[in-house]
Each structure stands twice: as C-alpha cells, then as structure tokens.
Design a protein around this ligand. Structure first.
Ligand SMILES: Cc1ncc(COP(=O)(O)O)c(C=O)c1O
Length: 465
C-alpha cells in the first residue's frame, strides 16, 4: 500500500472515504489490513475472528491468496479482459458450465454480473423478457417480503422491504407488494409460533391474497431468500417454499430465490434452496461465488425461462461491461475447486448442529430471546425481558449502535448487530471454521451479551435501565 500510518489512515478516511451504510467521520474506524484463515488484523495489529466472513463473503477465509493470485495471474497473462457481450471467453463459459452442473433441476443458464444488486436486477429483466416473449407484457408486478434486503440500486431497491432505505429516493420503479416474512419468533400475535403448519398456511394465504389483489395476470415474479437475512436469519416453515412454487405456477409468475447470502455453501449447499426441495426459476448469486477474492455475481436461470426468448429469436436486452470478467471467473473456478478439494460443504454440514447447540446455550442469558438459522448463518434475537419484549428505537440505538460495536471489537470478534427488524446479533463464520473456533465464537458472544444485558439492565428487577 501507500504506507500511510495508522493515524494518517484514520485522517484520510475521515477526509476522503465515503463509507457504505455507516455514519461518516467515525473517530476510531476499524481499518483491516491483513487476513489469515478465519482471522483479520487491523492497522494496530489487533486480531479479530471474522465471524461475519466480511459481510457473508469470505467462505474459505483469507489464506488462499497465493493460489488465487496464481489463477488470476494465469488469466491476466493469457487474456486480461474481454466481455460476455456478443463475444465470450473460456473462463466465463467454463464457469457457467460448472454452475449449471452444481445447480438443481433445469437451472442451466448463467448471466454474470459484478454483485448482488446487479444480479437481482438482471433476474428481473430476464423475468420481464420471459413474460414478453410469452405474450404477457402486462406482467409488471412482483411479490417480496417485509424487511427483506435485495440490494440498493434503484431496481433492486424496489424489492427491498426496508422502508427507511427507500424513502429518500422516491417512487420505486417496480411495483412490488411486500408480504409478511417468515419470522416464527414473532409470527403469532407478536409471539412465537406454536403451530408451524398453520403459520405456513397463513403466510401462503397472504401471498395468494397479494397476488389476487395485484391482479393475478399482472404478477411477474415472487422473490424471497431461502433464509431471510434482514430481520435475523428467518427460516421458512416446512412446506412454505413448496407453497410458493405452487402459487407461482398457479398464477403464471416466476419464482426467484435470492441466494446472494444463502448460496455458495453458506447453508452447506451450493444452492441453499435445495434444502427446501424446490427448484425456482431464477437464482441470484454473488458474495461467496469467488469467496470474495474478486467481485462477481450471477443469475442462474431455468431452461423454461430462457426457452421462450430463444424460440422468439429474442435478444436479452441487458448487458454489463464487466459482468463475467475473466479474472473473476478464473477465481470463481478456483474457488469451486478449493471447495471440492477441501470438503468445504461437508464441513458446514458436519458442524451445523454443533453450532446450533452452542448458540442455543446463549438462550440462558436474559437478553437472548431466540437463536435461529441454518448452516453457518445464524442470528441471536435480543430482548429486554422474560416476555421477549422488543427494544424501542432509543434502546436499540443504545444497544445496536452504541454498546455492541465497541464491545464486540474489544472481544476480538466481528459480528453484526442489526435492527432492520428487531434487534439481533448475527454471525456467518467462514465455512472453513472448525468446531473449536465455533466454540470460541459462541463463548465470546456469550461474554459480550452478558455485558450487553448488564448495560441495558436486562434481567434486573427494574427491567431495562
Ligand atoms: C439477499 C441479498 N440480495 C442482494 C444483495 C445486494 O448485494 P450487493 O451488495 O452485492 O449489491 C444483498 C446484499 O447483502 C443480499 O443480502
């Protein structure tokens, strides 16, 4: 790097670097300069367990730089760049073929992008082209879920169900109805769901009502994540995805799984949706596709989606210069090779229930209301009393933005305190983490949450202080 000192970096960041989704001008910004295995190191040399995998990306951790650099160098010295725009190159073609082989059902067609939002928008355009080619131009609407995050570019933002991220930017370009998400901790009159089948039926009835209200022949797409991130790792009740599949088929809409987080091994599968026993029409990927050794995203589409376009001799009217960049594609291919060689999916599958049990022990803490998730993707819901009362806005500010970031840092762990829904602490450790590291993560979170409880006065007779 340019060799700026710790203090100079802090100053230069304050002066010049606009942070994403963060307060600007942070006094003591965490500046990470090195990674090793599941750990990252800041400019003071302090080590952190990256229990969030750099925002759900660093599936294989940080020690594969040389191998990835060799893959990138081989590509750079052969063909540094070309597009998938009227031409193609071997790296993208081979990667498309590999992904088609890993995907379930007829998900055989791959369109490359640079990230998640671009993947969501490209999927929407594929969906629109499908309906146009089928003579149904009126299908312009979509169904998504409350609090779900599907990206922030203006098209993708239409699907995102977090009002405060949307309000400043005016009317969304896509007409989306947001329905209830699958939060089973609050799903029944604000409390935990007792009857999963009834909960599932109620959620699906709401989706059907939304389709009917929007105009059954006007809905183009139903979009959802296999495990919804925002709101805190919301898993779906049994039968929910099969129900979505049936509704999409009954009303002529396409079904999309947004797997920007849940794909690429996070749930122990390349495509997390296979755990639901359903094949969607479209899947978006990004983040873990390269384990973040380079930026890349993809949409994987079913033959059924692409066929009407091909028959009509239609051109897919969408393109992104860097989509499928050969260096990113070469790195993604190497990532798949490393997954297979090192048994990365097997590691997640073997340790999922170990992590689940470890996190469940935290429920003994008064501030912990629920622990939930799948694979290596978990949330701890934070509550203010035995009745699982939620923190109000001022309390969330004090807990989520005030206390937790500093205390987590002090504990040497990177995790995500979030309140797009109710207050949660989320983890998504690198998929190479072993049992000892997962135990260490749970232990550190336990210490942090014990202190958080004391800070918020949870568990005292007077309630939240
Ligand atoms: C489910 C989901 N979809 C889309 C996105 C947007 O991805 P990106 O930030 O790469 O644009 C995200 C980002 O976290 C996501 O979690």
């Amino acid at each position: 790097m340019g060799g700026l000192s710790h203090d100079e970096l802090q100053q230069a960041a304050r002066d010049h670097l606009l942070l994403h989704f963060s307060k600007q001008g942070i006094d003591d910004l965490l500046v990470l300069e090195r990674g090793e295995g599941p750990y990252v190191f800041d400019t003071k040399g302090d080590r952190y367990v990256d229990a969030l995998s750099s925002l759900f990306c660093a599936q294989i951790g940080y020690s594969h730089g040389e191998e990835m650099a060799a893959a990138a160098a081989a590509q750079l010295t052969t063909l540094a760049f070309n597009t998938n725009w009227a031409t193609a190159h071997p790296a993208a073609i081979e990667l498309a073929q590999r992904l088609a082989g890993l995907a379930p059902g007829d998900l055989n067609r791959v369109f490359f992008t640079n990230g998640g939002s671009e993947s969501v928008e490209a999927a929407w355009k594929l969906c629109r082209e499908y309906h146009l080619a089928n003579g149904q131009p009126q299908r312009t609407k979509a169904i998504a879920r409350d609090i779900a995050y599907h990206g922030v570019t203006l098209g993708a933002l239409s699907f995102t169900g977090v009002e405060r991220f949307k309000a400043p930017f005016g009317q969304a370009p896509i007409d989306v109805t947001h329905v209830s998400n699958t939060n089973s901790f609050r799903g029944w009159e604000g409390g935990p769901v007792q009857d999963e089948a009834a909960f599932c039926a109620r959620l699906l009835a709401e989706v059907e009502d939304a389709i009917v209200a929007a105009g059954p022949d006007e809905v183009a797409l139903i979009i959802a994540e296999p495990v919804q991130n925002a709101g805190g790792c919301l898993t779906a009740p049994a039968g929910y995805w099969r129900g979505l599949r049936e509704l999409a088929d009954r009303y002529g809409a396409l079904l999309m799984a947004d797997e920007v987080i849940t794909g690429c091994g996070r749930l122990g599968e390349w495509f997390g949706i296979v755990r639901e026993g359903v094949t969607p029409d479209l899947v978006s990927l990004a983040k873990g596709l390269t384990s973040a050794y380079a930026p890349m995203g993809a949409v994987v589409a079913g033959e059924r989606v692409v066929a009407p376009m091909a028959e009509a001799g239609a051109v897919f009217r969408h393109g992104i210069t860097f989509g499928g960049h050969p260096v990113s594609a070469a790195i993604a291919l190497k990532n798949i090779e490393i997954f297979e060689r090192d048994g990365v999916l097997e590691n997640v599958r073997a340790l999922e229930s170990h992590l689940e049990r470890g996190l469940a022990t935290l429920r003994d803490l008064p501030i912990v209301g629920d622990t939930r998730g799948r694979g290596f993707f978990w949330a701890i819901e934070l509550v203010k009393d035995d009745e699982n009362a939620t923190f109000d806005q001022a309390e969330r500010d004090r807990l989520v933005r005030g206390f937790l970031p500093g205390r987590l840092r002090e504990a040497g762990i990177i995790a995500r305190a979030d309140d797009r829904g109710d207050a949660v602490l989320q983890i998504a450790p690198p998929l190479i983490s072993d049992a000892a590291l997962l135990d260490e993560i749970v232990e550190r979170l336990g210490d942090v949450l014990t202190d958080a409880g004391a800070h918020m006065g949870v568990g005292t007779t007077t309630g939240v202080a």
